[in-house]
Design a protein around this ligand. Structure first.
Ligand code: FAD
Ligand code: EPU
Length: 351
C-alpha cells in the first residue's frame, strides 16, 4: 500500500473538476484496504472512498485520505433454486464489464443496467437504476469494512433500505463503510423486461422489415439484444464523459403526491408523469428544466447540456463551486416557477 500526498483528483472524476487529495491511496486488495483504514485511524485522517468518480461533485480539495477502489474478482455460487445463481463481484470491478460478463456466462437479469458508468462498489450507494430496473431488484447482500473499527460487516437487502436513488449509505450510514463486494441474484433463464417505453421503442426499430416478425409484444428479445438496445439509447441521449465531462443526471426526478401532481397538470397539461406503485407520481426534472428555458444555458465554464436538460457539463475549466452555482440558479428558478425543490443527485466531496 503506497500513500501519496497532494494528488490531483481531476483525472479521477468524470466532471473533470479540480481538487487535490491531501493523501491518496489506490487499493488493489482487501488487505491493502484494511491497512489503509488502519493508517487513517492511527493518523486520525477522515476517509473518502472513490470508485469511478462518475457520481461525485468535487467542490474543492479533500482533506484526509482518499481511498481509490481497485479490487478485482468475480465469483458465482448456487442460488436459492436451480435457475438462480449468486454472483459476487469485488467493489473495484467495472460495472458495465461485470454486466457484460454475466450475460456472456448466460446469467441474466442485469441487461437493463448496461453501460452505467462506475464501479460495482458504488452501485448500492444510490441504488443505480435505468430502463425500468433498480439494483435492489437483483440485490442479495454486500460486504463492507467499517471505517471507524476496520470490522467486516454484512448488509442484507433489508439493511440497505433501498429507495429511488437512495440507500442507508446516503442516509445515516453515510461515509461510515467501505463496500468491498456486492452479491446479486441472477437467473440462468432469460426473462427480459422491455416494458420501459423508450426501450420498447428502441427494440421495435431493430426488427428486420423483410423477415416476417410476430407482433412486437410477442417477439422474444434475448437479454443481449436488450443490453445492446439500452447501450444504443444511452449513447444517443447522454454525453460520453470522455468527450464532454459530466456526471449523468445532475438532479433526482421529483416524486410528488398525486394531488400536487394533479394541480400542476392543470397548469401545465404537457407535464409528463410516471405513476408509482405507492400512488405518488414521478416527474422528469429534465422536463421542468427544459421548459423553464435552461437547456444549453451556460454558467462559468459549465452549461446545461444542449441535448439533455438534466445533465450539467463542464465545458472548460470550471470549479466545483461554479458548477454548484449553476445548479443553485436552476434550483431557485424551478422552485419559483413550479414550487418543486430539485435535489442534487451526485455526492458532494471536498471542502
Ligand atoms: P463514485 O462517483 O466514485 O462514488 C459515488 C459515491 O459512492 C461517493 O459518495 C463515494 O464515496 C461512494 N463510494 C464509491 N465506492 C464506494 C465503496 N466501495 N464503498 C463505499 N462508498 C463508495 N446512475 C444511475 O443510477 N443510473 C444511470 O442511468 C446513470 N447514468 C449515468 C450516465 C453518465 C454519463 C454518468 C457520468 C453517470 C451516470 N450515473 C447513473 C451515475 C453513476 O454512474 C452511478 O452513480 C455509479 O454507481 C457511480 O459509480 P462510481 O464508481 O463512479 O462512484
Ligand atoms: N425531457 C425533456 N427535455 C430533455 C430531456 C428529457 O423534456 O432535454 C423529458 C422527456 O419528456 C423525457 C423525460 O424527460 O421523456 C425523461 O427523460 P429520460 O428518458 O432521458 O430520463 P430521465 O428521467 O432524464 C432517468 C434517470 C437516468 C436513467 C434514465 C433511464 C434519474 C435522475 N435519471 O433519466 O439515470 O438512465 O431515466 O431510465 O432518475 C443518472 O442517474 O445519472 C441517470 C442518467
Amino acid at each position: 500500500m503506497k500513500i501519496r500526498a497532494n494528488l490531483s483528483l481531476q483525472p479521477l472524476n468524470t466532471l473533470a473538476l479540480p481538487g487535490r487529495a491531501e493523501f491518496y491511496c489506490r487499493v488493489e486488495s482487501n488487505e491493502a484496504l484494511a491497512e489503509a483504514l488502519a493508517h487513517a485511524r492511527t493518523k486520525k485522517l477522515p476517509v473518502t472512498v472513490l470508485g469511478g468518480g462518475s457520481n461525485v461533485v468535487l467542490s474543492g480539495d479533500v482533506s484526509g485520505l482518499v481511498i481509490h477502489m481497485a479490487t478485482r474478482g468475480v465469483e458465482r455460487a448456487p442460488g436459492l433454486d436451480d435457475q438462480c445463481l449468486h454472483w459476487t463481484a469485488a467493489a473495484g470491478e467495472n460495472w458495465h464489464r461485470f454486466v457484460q460478463y454475466t450475460l456472456a456466462e448466460k446469467s441474466y437479469g442485469l441487461e437493463n443496467l448496461s453501460l452505467i458508468p462506475g464501479l460495482v462498489g458504488a452501485a448500492p450507494i444510490q441504488n443505480i437504476g435505468a430502463y425500468g430496473l433498480e439494483l435492489s431488484e437483483r440485490f442479495v447482500s454486500l460486504q463492507a469494512l467499517e471505517i471507524a473499527s476496520g470490522k467486516t460487516v454484512s448488509f442484507t437487502k433489508n439493511d440497505c433500505r433501498f429507495g429511488y436513488r437512495d440507500s442507508v449509505f446516503k442516509q445515516h450510514a453515510a461515509r461510515q463503510f467501505v463496500i468491498t463486494s456486492v452479491t446479486l441474484a441472477l437467473s440462468t433463464v432469460p426473462n427480459v423486461d422491455t416494458s420501459y417505453p423508450a426501450l420498447a421503442a428502441a427494440l421495435s426499430v431493430t426488427s428486420t422489415p423483410d423477415k416476417p416478425q410476430p407482433a412486437e409484444a410477442e417477439r422474444e428479445f434475448s437479454p443481449q439484444e436488450v443490453s445492446d438496445a439500452v447501450c444504443r439509447i444511452r449513447q444517443s441521449k447522454l454525453p460520453d464523459p470522455a468527450v464532454q465531462a459530466n456526471a449523468g443526471s445532475f438532479f433526482k426526478n421529483p416524486v410528488l403526491a398525486r394531488q400536487c401532481w394533479q394541480e400542476l397538470l392543470a397548469q401545465y397539461p404537457q407535464l409528463p408523469g410516471y405513476p408509482q406503485p405507492d400512488g405518488t407520481v414521478k416527474v422528469p426534472a429534465a422536463w421542468l428544466i427544459d421548459s423553464a428555458g435552461w437547456k444549453g444555458a451556460s454558467g462559468q465554464g459549465c452549461a446545461v447540456h444542449r441535448e439533455h436538460a438534466l445533465v450539467l457539463v463542464n465545458t472548460g475549466a470550471c470549479s466545483g463551486g461554479q458548477l454548484l452555482q449553476l445548479a443553485e440558479d436552476i434550483i431557485v428558478d424551478i422552485q419559483r416557477r413550479f414550487g418543486i425543490l430539485l435535489v442534487i443527485e451526485p455526492q458532494l466531496i471536498g471542502c
